[in-house]
Write a protein that binds this ligand. Structure first.
Ligand SMILES: Cc1ncc(COP(=O)(O)O)c(C=O)c1O
Length: 372
């Protein structure tokens, strides 16, 4: 079956491009002697995680406990939590997870650590953790110069063991040129170097110096202090990555197939896909990087200006062959948000449909609800 025969909206995944993206990142890590622990929140798919593992990923970074539990259930046994965990029910889930898999926590303070330590003690477990370093995003984490002090404070928790440091330079998504991306990468690398030195001065030796962002991955891979990369978006790439200069359009693996359903004005089309396919992202962390709500492949004369939930408004900027009833393929601004909008992606090669790729790790989609 050809993708042209599909009903719309449909989520399309170009398998050749996906495989190339996965293999290229794995090669980058191998060639630079870095451990690869990709972030699964981008795809939330055990099939894609398996492809990443087959290509060389040693473990996975997760954004949610749902992701962690589903991975463990499917036999992925190296799992790192990207964020601290707090609250009794959540801590209990971490403990239960750590009884089945090798789990590495991420911590940036004593409160969450205390509860996790007590629960680990009660279960007779030793939990490894990374200290989250703030390399410029200013979301959470500690500054590099505070890493040693936090490690000292955390060392009093007998059931927690320091394994290393981690950061996500998410402020790279505010860059407006390749030079600015490079500047953020330097900040990321310097922050990790400083944090490592600060820990050493405080008497701590660490194995893991982990960073993670798709736009800065190549720079981090080339740095000798970094030992682990944890990129997420690279499996799909998207319009935001194109805008940052990370890749060209041909590297984007995910798009939404939509149909033009109306031409309400001379310069306007309406398509049958809206924010419930694309999300409303125009950049990460509240930063607007791109024009419009996605790139319409092969049609630079069309700009998506507005999204309602189920339809999108397109401005016709120049002469176009497109008419009502035609199908268009739209690369989303943020592929991680778009993939989270669907139960499955339709995998194809050159338009020939080959297989379904299930998004089977979405929040709550497999977990038993608390009441029937
Ligand atoms: C802690 C952490 N690490 C890694 C990543 C992956 O970043 P990217 O999607 O830019 O590759 C993210 C993304 O949100 C993150 O929050």
């Amino acid at each position: 079956m050809d993708i042209k025969e599909l009903t719309t909206p449909s989520f399309l995944l170009d398998l050749d491009v996906l495989e190339k993206n996965i293999n290229d990142m794995a090669e980058l890590c191998k060639n630079n002697n870095k451990r690869l622990w990709p972030m699964v929140k981008t795809h939330k798919s055990t099939q894609i995680a398996r492809m990443q593992r087959d290509a060389g990923a040693e473990g996975f970074l997760v954004g949610t406990l749902d992701e962690a539990e589903k991975l463990a259930k499917e036999g992925f046994l190296n799992i790192m939590l990207a964020y601290p965990t707090a609250g009794e029910a959540n801590v209990a889930r971490v403990i239960s997870l750590a009884q089945k898999a090798h789990v590495i926590l991420s911590l940036d303070g004593l409160d969450a650590a205390k509860a996790l330590n007590e629960a680990a003690k009660a279960a007779g477990l030793m939990l490894e953790y990374l200290i989250i370093i703030d390399s410029g995003l200013h979301r959470f984490g500690v500054l590099p110069k505070a890493a040693g002090k936090l490690a000292v404070d955390l060392s009093f928790f007998e059931h927690l063991k320091l394994a290393g440091i981690g950061t996500h330079p998410g402020h790279v998504y505010g860059a407006s040129s390749s030079e600015e991306v490079r500047k953020v990468a330097n900040e990321e690398i310097n922050a990790m170097k400083q944090a490592g030195e600060n820990l050493k001065e405080a008497g701590f030796a660490i194995d893991i110096v982990a960073t993670g962002s798709t736009p800065t991955a190549a720079y981090a891979a080339a740095d000798k202090n970094i030992t682990m990369l944890r990129p997420g978006n690279y499996v799909f790439y998207d319009n935001i990555q194109i805008a940052l200069g990370t890749v060209l359009e041909k590297s984007c693996a995910l798009c939404v197939l939509a149909t033009i359903i109306s031409r309400p004005g001379e310069d306007t089309f309406i398509m049958d896909a809206g924010s419930k396919c694309f999300g409303l992202d125009k950049g990460a962390h509240g930063i607007s990087l791109v024009k419009g709500y996605g790139v319409i492949k092969d049609h630079p004369e069309l700009l998506i200006t507005d999204l309602s939930e189920e339809v999108g408004k397109i401005k016709i900027l120049g002469k176009t062959e497109i008419k009502v009833g035609d199908k268009i393929r739209v690369i989303p601004n943020h592929a991680c948000s778009a993939a989270n909008m669907t139960d499955y992606l339709i995998g194809h090669r050159n338009g020939n449909i080959e297989k379904t790729v299930y998004i089977d790790i979405r929040g709550g989609s497999f977990r038993k609800p608390p009441v029937e």
